[in-house]
Design a protein around this ligand. Structure first.
Ligand SMILES: [Zn+2]
Length: 144
């Protein structure tokens, strides 16, 4: 009987932990007063935004995908960051940074001149790459 109780408690604990973690992996909505965690500028244009959550539940928001790349490099945050999202340039919805298709072009003017925009699908990224004479990149190339 006692062991059974312990077992039930364990199941409850594990599922609580799991739901907690899942919540943390959801992107956070941008607020008008949000500032970029890297360059401290206001995040005025949503379509270039990015965000990152660390293992302590802290969320860092960025006005430019390039700012998140710089932030990750400078802070050596790889082991601590648990979720990364970028904004879809067209639809202005958060997408997982690992799943996004990026277009890098000097003809794209992003807030901090990172020159990188993100898309949910490859065809959309392809269109943008042709329009801006840029090249398509994946997560590993943008966030090395
Ligand atoms: Zn910035």
């Amino acid at each position: 009987m006692h062991i059974k109780l312990k077992f039930i408690c364990m199941i409850i604990c594990v599922s609580l932990l799991a739901s907690c973690q899942q919540q943390r992996l959801e992107p956070v909505a941008l607020a008008p007063e949000d500032m970029c965690s890297f360059c401290r500028m206001a995040i005025s244009e949503k379509r270039y935004a990015a965000q990152l959550s660390d293992s302590e539940g802290q969320v860092f928001k960025f006005d430019d995908i390039g700012c998140m790349a710089n932030f990750m490099q400078r802070n050596d945050i790889d082991g601590k960051s648990v979720a990364r999202f970028v904004m879809d340039f067209d639809e202005r919805i958060w997408i997982k940074a690992e799943d996004a298709y990026y277009v890098e072009s000097s003809e794209v003017t992003t807030p901090m001149n990172g020159g990188v925009i993100a898309f949910t699908t490859q065809p959309k990224a392809q269109q943008a790459a042709e329009k801006f004479h840029g090249k398509i990149q994946r997560f590993g190339e943008v966030f090395q």
